[in-house]
Write a protein that binds this ligand. Structure first.
Ligand code: SAM
Length: 219
């Protein structure tokens, strides 16, 4: 099978599954399987796809048609220009959370060596961005989920700030006793805030696949 044929078939499957942008999403998945940059898929249209590549591509296309989030299938999401690894153990970083990072960095503009606390760190997107944004900062990143902390740690190491972020598994306020003097210059959080009764009304990608622990505010 040629790349161009596989692309057209993948578009059709994702369109039938009511994926909002089937062409773009199919191309992202195919590019990752074929190992091409996205923009070269068109010029590589006549190239043959091996049976192994086709099988891997169809596995991803089928999973996307089941509404598994594109980011979990690719294993990454860009956040403030940094590529964050994501797994189904963490919330996929949202663009609006970048504004929270900007506001937090603004808040400590005049503080030397700011001590920062990120409560509910998830993928670590906020903590890593803060540490990258201020090379003199120390950050404590708390999450109740051990698997989420493993993803956050990997992101911190990948982006060169593993030595300035202390990861703590704990419940919300636990972190207050972790800082040497129990004091932070700024505390930031993007907590779970969806009322439990509204979870099932969210789009399938969120309701079915993102961690409930990251979404549900409780009763
Ligand atoms: C909405 S997600 C935010 C993740 C990340 N900070 C972001 O902005 O993408 C909330 C996070 O809080 C964590 N969490 C939920 N309840 C918690 C608790 N009681 N104490 C600490 N973390 C908690 C979840 O595991 C999840 O990673």
């Amino acid at each position: 099978m040629k790349v161009s044929t596989l692309r057209r078939q993948a578009w059709d499957v994702l369109q039938a599954a009511e994926i909002a942008d089937p062409v773009r999403e199919a191309d992202w998945l195919l590019a990752s399987v074929l190992g091409f940059p996205l923009h070269t898929l068109i010029v590589e249209g006549d190239r043959a796809v091996s049976p192994v590549q086709a099988e891997r591509a169809w596995t991803l296309i089928r999973r996307r048609a089941e509404r598994q989030p594109l980011q979990y299938l690719l294993g990454r999401q860009e956040f403030r220009g940094l590529e964050m690894a994501v797994t189904p153990d963490v919330l996929i970083p949202r663009p609006e959370t970048e504004l929270l990072v900007e506001a937090t960095l603004q808040a400590v503009l005049d503080i030397r060596g700011p001590r920062m606390l990120d409560v509910g760190t998830g993928s670590g997107c906020i903590a890593v961005s803060l540490a990258r944004g201020r090379s003199d900062a120390t950050v404590v990143a708390v999450d109740i989920s051990a698997p989420a902390l493993a993803v956050a740690r990997a992101n911190a190491l990948c982006h060169g700030v593993g030595d300035r972020i202390r990861f703590v598994q704990g419940d919300l306020l636990t972190a207050f006793s972790v800082s040497p003097d129990g004091v932070f210059d700024v505390i930031v959080s993007n907590p779970p805030y969806v009322p439990a009764g509204e979870l099932d009304a969210l789009q399938p990608e969120v309701a079915w696949y993102e961690p409930r622990l990251a979404l549900a505010a409780g009763t």
